[in-house]
Design a binder for this molecule. Structure first.
Ligand code: URA
Length: 260
């Protein structure tokens, strides 16, 4: 997968939107602002309202090819054999796929399994506050995904072999969407992205900008569920500090604000 996405200060990124099952909506669908229904695990649900703001398409991006590759990733994951006690719904991605900023969490929970969208339960509400309050970015303008694409039983932590089973799909997702900056939520996503042993505490990685071999910058922060459990001024300030670092970073890369 070697599609190159280049973007510069004069080019706005195109925002595509996904429906309730994380499928990327085709361009003509977005242009027509069509609202139809789709099937989610046997239920009929409406795709989210399409709300397109950014339309200048950089010439060197072949969106059609990327969409096709994303769709084939989604259908490959759909064919994985999933343990009986895992959620049945594939939760691939939320927000805007072509954002310069990607969030990576752990795994879907019950609400995410029900709706097919990452971070829409309690932790999702907290994440939205972090995105909109801390970064001052609309949630729909960032990409949101997880290490695991199906819900583990009882929302337990992902096991190493489960992370290994799904990692190729997250690798491909990052490769295809080429975010400029990744924010990792909690120790599992942080350690996977930074290639640390999974036993590494998140405090070893927080507080500075990391750079991957691909040039993607990474900022680690606490998982929103941790903030809900340990709701202290200290932790709220720590997350705010991480978000300020991301805003400064995106500003220095001439990418902030990208959604207006
Ligand atoms: N919901 C998600 O989608 N991911 C998490 O890591 C937690 C809740």
């Amino acid at each position: 997968m070697d599609i190159e996405i280049k973007y510069g200060p004069s080019k706005k990124r195109l925002c595509l939107y996904t429906d309730n099952i994380g499928q990327v909506l085709p361009l003509d669908y977005i242009e027509n602002q069509a609202i139809t229904t789709s099937t989610v695990a046997g239920k009929l649900e409406k795709p989210k309202k399409v709300n397109m703001k950014t339309v200048e398409i950089p010439e060197n991006i072949n969106f059609g090819a990327i969409e096709q590759l994303l769709q084939s990733e989604i259908s490959e994951i759909g064919q994985l054999s999933i343990p009986e006690d895992f959620g049945k719904t594939l939760v691939y991605m939320g927000g805007c796929p072509y954002s310069p900023l990607m969030f990576i969490g752990e795994a879907p929970g019950a609400d995410e399994d029900f709706h097919g969208e990452p971070f829409i339960g309690l932790a999702g509400k907290k994440l939205t506050e972090i995105i909109e309050g801390g970064l001052r970015v609309p949630r729909e303008a960032v990409t949101i995904c997880n290490l695991l694409k199906h819900r583990p039983p009882d929302n337990r932590n992902p096991k190493t072999d489960e992370i290994e089973k799904y990692e190729i799909y997250l690798e491909n997702q990052i490769d295809l969407l080429k975010p400029a900056v990744i924010i990792t939520l909690g120790k599992f996503a942080t350690n996977w992205v930074l290639n640390n042993p999974q036993s590494t505490a998140i405090k070893a990685s927080r507080g500075r900008v990391h750079e991957l071999d691909t040039g993607i910058r990474v900022v680690a922060t606490y998982h929103p569920s941790y903030l809900i459990r340990q709701y202290s001024v200290q932790n709220r300030r720590a997350i705010l500090k991480d978000m300020t670092m991301v805003v400064d970073l995106l500003t220095s890369m001439n990418l902030y604000p990208w959604w207006i």
